[in-house]
Design a protein around this ligand. Structure first.
Ligand SMILES: NC(=O)c1ccc[n+]([C@@H]2O[C@H](COP(=O)([O-])OP(=O)(O)OC[C@H]3O[C@@H](n4cnc5c(N)ncnc54)[C@H](O)[C@@H]3O)[C@@H](O)[C@H]2O)c1
Length: 332
């Protein structure tokens, strides 16, 4: 594949008006890139786009996408656009395969046609399913247990094929639990419905929810609750910037875990949220939910070695403080 006169500092950010994408857009601009956010605002927010240009459009609109790529000639594409509610992917799998898989194929066809020099994909720890060992290395068997995770794995396989066939340079980033918010409080997590642990706890602290449902207290973990690897969204954004610079300087295609390599139990997170907010957070203990692995923790050596990733915010209290600051002063 040859470059076709791209504009070196332009990056198309599909889904850049969402939670993680908007933090990456902020980081891109800070590093001198020009983000072109392409988002249909199905779950994203216009106000979340602090930098660059927002183009309202769907990946389903190939004509629009092609015209944009032809007019702007971005050197790279970052792809965050997807539906993300795991139980909904079980009850309505075709909705997920349509958006997360079929529309990604459209984006990839146009990316290859435009000759982009870097493609960065938001994958997920969900590709591993129920892990056989933790921390989970990237060469751990992949066996997703829901259509959401399957859609991410299919895209990873398609990326590997596109790399082989067309020389498309890519990095697939398998996020563990993205958390926290912009330390300056301008952007943060705003999902509807909200399914993520920390915003649910903080909304309970604010009285927007009556109580927090804690699913499963008899897991084989020290306090009986699940353990997850939370990575601050600005550190996650930094991995994207490193991956982008790596590819643009000719680095090899990669599949990388994104986490801190250690986890916190749900009870620890509840306690930390009570401390940070100074409020009681009523908790209702429930049965385990099917499909929740006891421990999901990333092995992170590959991201460290390949990209020199070194986290700046590996601190649960900082993560929750930034999320609380956002939750109490939300702009959208
Ligand atoms: N939040 C997490 O902890 C987490 C963990 C693992 C993986 N991921 C992945 O990271 C990515 C971003 O997640 P998020 O939490 O920021 O979600 P989000 O819902 O906040 O962001 C997704 C964005 O994509 C847009 N979008 C969706 N379909 C689109 C389409 N067809 N055309 C154009 N825009 C479209 C939405 O409007 C939204 O702005 C997703 O691919 C998700 O699967 C997230």
């Amino acid at each position: 594949m040859t470059g076709k006169g791209q504009t070196a500092n332009k990056v198309l950010v599909a889904g850049g008006a969402g939670y993680i994408g908007s933090h990456v857009v902020k980081a891109l601009a800070k590093r001198g890139f020009e983000p072109l956010v392409y988002d249909d605002l199905s779950s994203g927010h216009r106000e979340a786009v602090l930098e660059g240009t927002l183009i309202e459009g769907s990946l389903a609109d190939r004509k629009r996408l092609r015209a944009l790529l032809e007019a702007e000639r971005p050197a790279a594409i970052m792809h965050f656009a997807a539906f993300i509610v795991v139980p909904e992917s079980v009850s309505d799998p075709l909705k997920y395969y349509r958006n997360n898989l079929a529309e990604t194929v459209t984006l990839l066809e146009e990316a290859v046609r435009a000759g982009v020099r870097a493609f960065i994909f938001s994958s997920s720890a969900a590709v591993y399913g129920i892990p056989e060992k933790v921390p989970i290395p990237e060469d751990h068997p992949v066996a997703p247990i829901n259509p959401y995770g399957a859609s991410k794995l299919f895209v990873e396989q398609i990326l590997a094929d596109c790399h082989r066939a067309y020389g498309l340079p890519y990095v697939s980033l398998r996020y563990f639990n993205a958390a926290g918010a912009d330390p300056e409080g301008r952007i943060g997590e705003a999902h509807e419905p909200e399914t993520h642990l920390i915003p649910l706890l903080l909304q309970t602290a604010l009285g927007k929810r009556k109580s927090f449902y804690l699913y499963g207290t008899d897991y084989p973990t020290p306090d009986g609750t699940c353990i997850r690897d939370f990575i601050h969204v600005d550190d996650l954004a930094e991995v994207h910037l490193s991956a982008l610079e790596h590819l643009l300087s000719g680095g090899e295609s990669l599949v990388l875990n994104c986490g801190y390599g250690h986890g916190h139990s749900v009870r620890e997170v509840v306690e930390c949220a009570r401390r940070v907010t100074g409020r009681p957070i009523p908790v209702e203990e429930k049965e385990r939910r099917p499909g929740d692995p006891p421990v999901l923790v990333a092995a992170c050596d590959r991201a460290r070695e390949a990209l020199g990733f070194s986290p700046r915010h590996d601190d649960l209290e900082f993560i929750i403080r930034t999320a609380w600051n956002w939750e109490t002063n939300r702009r959208y």
